[in-house]
Design a protein around this ligand. Structure first.
Ligand code: NAD
Length: 505
């Protein structure tokens, strides 16, 4: 194991010495079988930040075999639930001990403003603590059938879990899957996104230090086509948890079909914020800004479409735009920064193209690279008003700091517009009318809806989307429906009628 750096120091701007990010397979940190590596870039400068092992089929097969052996023959699935819970609690403690290093890596790797990263690093530890608390509750149900039968269910781990993760919040999103997968007794192969490899191998070090046995947790770095695809189709993998783009999710489900893998796919979003004329404007404006411009706008649940009832439209849109102009864009390691750089130059370019495509919209804020930030993938907080529902900026996920706005007349139009995209991940409703709040929340095609609130999530609640935003629910004990098999055992308590065949005349 490589030694973990000292902790609790102030989070310093990285000296950028991260070394090679190796795979972690069967308890060993390894280079790729091919010896190949790839570069990861610093989004604030686009200079090379580190190299990672470039995994291929051979590395994936080795990781799946290690996970398979740990599942079929190792202690992990056979431990008492309380014993697994104790290990998960230790993982949470070790993450907390090394919180500063996790923050340093993630901020350097993805450009997340450091002020926002603190909460996400804490969430990583909470994910393990939370599932350590839930695992003793992993029990079945019993059904009495008169005096004849006792039927009961047991929950069993599924097997080897392949986790294929995106780059926008790698630590938080991967720990949110690793924790329930391990809690249920599965073993794991994690494939982090190629644009954000810096916390995965470090997390492996932490899990090892906390006592997770060799082979139970494995990491293979690499690209989607060469490392993700072999994992998604590998016959030794029983389930795939994927978070990423909708089209990739479709490919991954197809890859798992021949071996009937169960899959949970959390995909893109274009979530509406619906503001009725009776809403309280002040908290609403705060929430609108936070919901689109935190996490650099690279957030699956971003409230990216602002729909405001006509009488309040100019006021809300105007206030949001004025505040957006004052959002501090800059170095993600500066604690005052509110909006950091986008992940990669090509993504920056793609977001700019979306802005340029919105012909006919009113550009109220942003729309360009901020002055004085000539290198790195910086973009101003951008507000486009008076868009229409046919525009790409209304229909498609931009995944950047771009808010589009349009007015609506009445409740029916608000619901129609909210549902007028292929996505259905999150929705936000602002109104003072209790009955309308419930009515609209129920009428929107969405997996999750917040009323008079920004996106605040209790770990017990289900998370997931409808339509092109995904299939399945994770979060809370809903995750166990995915990470566990349910077996029913039927016990005859005495005699019961059995059809008697073959007795002749
Ligand atoms: P992406 O789909 O490009 O990549 C995600 C992961 O899939 C990466 O690890 C990538 O290497 C891998 N991959 C790519 N092609 C593959 C293939 N053919 N087979 C197997 N694996 C493959 O997504 P991204 O750009 O990393 O992430 C951004 C997207 O993720 C956005 O659409 C965002 O909305 C979505 N997202 C959704 C949620 C959610 O919970 N709904 C959360 C975060 C991000």
């Amino acid at each position: 194991m490589t030694s973990l750096p000292m902790t609790r120091a102030a989070v310093a701007k990285p000296a950028m010495e991260f070394g090679l990010q190796r795979h972690y397979i069967g308890g060993q940190f390894r280079s790729s079988a091919s010896g190949a590596t790839f570069e990861t870039l610093n989004p604030a400068t686009n200079a090379v930040l580190a190299h990672a092992a470039d995994g291929g089929e051979e590395d994936v097969t080795a990781a799946v075999q290690a996970a398979r052996t740990a599942f079929d023959d190792g202690p992990w699935p056979r431990l008492k639930a309380s014993e697994r819970a104790a290990v998960l609690r230790r993982v949470a403690a070790v993450i907390r001990d090394h919180e500063d290093e996790f923050i340093r890596r993630e901020v350097a790797d993805i450009g997340m403003p450091i002020a926002q990263m603190k909460g996400l690093a804490m969430r990583a530890a909470e994910n393990f603590d939370y599932y350590a608390g839930v695992v003793p509750e992993l029990h079945g149900r019993a059904f009495q059938v008169g005096d004849e039968f006792l039927n009961y269910t047991i929950r069993k781990p599924v097997g080897v879990a392949g986790l294929i993760m995106p780059w926008n919040a790698p630590l938080m999103l991967s720990t949110w899957r690793i924790a329930p997968a391990l809690a249920a007794g599965n073993t794991v192969v994690l494939k982090p996104a190629e644009w954000s490899p810096l916390t995965a191998t470090y997390l492996a070090e932490v899990l090892e230090e906390a006592g997770v046995p060799a082979g139970v947790f494995n990491v293979v770095h690499g690209f989607g086509e060469t490392a993700g695809a072999p994992l998604a189709r590998h016959p030794g993998v029983d389930l795939i948890c994927f978070t990423g783009e909708t089209t990739t999710g479709q490919t991954i489900i197809a890859a798992g079909a021949p071996t009937l893998k169960r899959s949970s796919v959390e995909l893109g979003g274009k979530s509406p914020v619906i503001v009725f004329e009776d809403a309280d404007p002040e908290p609403c404006v705060d929430a609108v800004l936070a919901q689109i411009f935190t996490m650099n706008g690279q957030r699956c649940t971003a409230g990216s479409r602002l729909l405001v009832q006509e009488p309040l439209y100019e006021r809300i849109v105007g206030e949001v735009a004025e505040r957006a102009k004052r959002i501090r864009v800059g170095d993600p390691f500066d604690p005052r920064t509110e909006l950091g750089p986008l992940i990669r130059p090509e993504h920056h370019e793609r977001v700019l193209q979306y802005i340029a495509s919105a012909e006919g919209a009113r550009l109220l804020a942003g729309g360009a690279r901020p002055q004085g930030l000539d290198t790195g993938n910086y973009l101003e907080a951008t507000v486009l008003a008076d868009v229409n529902e046919d525009m790409a900026v209304f229909q498609e996920e931009i995944f950047g700091p771009v808010l589009v706005a349009m007015p609506f007349r009445d409740e029916a139009e608000a619901v129609r517009l909210a549902n007028a995209t292929p996505y259905g991940l999150a929705a936000y409703v602002w109104t003072d009318d209790l009955q309308r709040a419930h009515r609209v929340a129920h009428a929107i095609d969405t997996g999750m809806c917040w009323v008079n609130s920004q996106n605040v999530r209790d770990l017990r609640t289900p998370f997931g989307g409808v339509k092109d935003s995904g299939i399945g629910r994770e979060g809370g004990d809903y995750a166990f429906d995915f990470y566990c098999e349910t077996e029913i055992v039927h016990i005859a308590l005495g005699t019961h009628a059995i059809p008697r065949l073959g007795l002749g005349d």
